[in-house]
Design a protein around this ligand. Structure first.
Ligand SMILES: Nc1ncnc2c1ncn2[C@@H]1O[C@H](COP(=O)(O)OP(=O)(O)OP(=O)(O)O)[C@@H](O)[C@H]1O
Length: 228
């Protein structure tokens, strides 16, 4: 569960990226975050995975008070949150298997379990047969599937996806969405920032619209609502 109460985020240069956001996202929800460029969507997500800390307000993720988190608790909170980016962010010199396994190595999982679980998630995203390939040998859609495998390998309760289909063609985007829906169906909460109006309007879910650092709309089974 994610709960924001009057969250402000002001960057060091004085930019108010969020100006009093209050929102509650329950376990197992699937939420689209929409809004114009610069509205504060990425900031909203960075606060959830604690890449940034709120300037003011209360933020709790899975029962942890993110603003007041002790440094030694940060890895524990992060391992319960999977992050997916528009540009995949795979390590270019590591194979598909190694990219995914790496996320388990950092939490010091036993080798045998790493091998089993990594192959299991590669199977889930349909890329078991490409485990020995390098990212550059894969298509964009395949690279995004590897990044999804990496995000889910530690079984996080929350998945944060920042424009996961931004670099993909419509057909590949739909395949990625099917995968995210499957992951949601298996029990993870998903928060996805997107500019993709076709996806939002066809796969209806809760829509939270942010403009100028404020939530301006929050609808169950909402629409994209912007022209571009
Ligand atoms: N590290 C930073 N330092 C200063 N200002 C920042 C920083 N990161 C973001 N901003 C500013 O905060 C505001 C919100 O940015 P954010 O990236 O959250 O928007 P966004 O809705 O994700 O935009 P986009 O759709 O273009 O990705 C913008 O004005 C942006 O320029």
């Amino acid at each position: 569960m994610i709960e924001m109460q009057d969250i402000w985020k002001t960057y060091v240069d004085g930019t108010h990226a969020l100006r009093g956001v209050s929102v509650r996202i329950d376990r197992n929800e699937f939420v689209y975050l929409v809004g114009p460029s610069g509205a504060g969507k990425s900031t909203f997500m960075k606060l959830i995975y604690r890449e940034e800390v709120p300037t003011k307000g209360q933020l709790s993720v899975n029962g942890f008070n993110i603003g007041k988190l002790k440094p030694r608790k940060i890895p524990f909170v992060r391992r319960n949150i999977g992050v997916i980016f528009q540009d995949f962010r795979l390590l270019p010199k590591l194979t598909v298997f190694e990219n995914v396994a790496f996320a388990m190595e950092v939490i010091e999982a036993p080798k045998r379990i790493i091998k089993k679980r990594t192959m299991e998630v590669l199977d889930l995203v349909g890329l078991k047969h490409k485990h020995a390939s390098l990212p550059a040998q894969l298509s964009g859609g395949e690279q995004q599937r590897v990044s999804i495998a990496r995000a889910i390998v530690n079984n996080p309760s929350v998945i944060v996806a920042d424009e996961p289909t931004g670099n993909l063609d419509p057909e590949t985007s739909m395949e990625i969405m099917a995968l995210l829906e499957e992951i949601n169906f298996r029990g993870s909460t998903i928060v996805m920032a997107t500019h993709n109006r076709d996806i939002v309007n066809s796969l209806r879910k809760r829509v939270i619209a942010i403009e100028n650092g404020l939530v301006v709309r929050d609808e169950a089974r909402g629409e994209y609502g912007y022209e571009i």
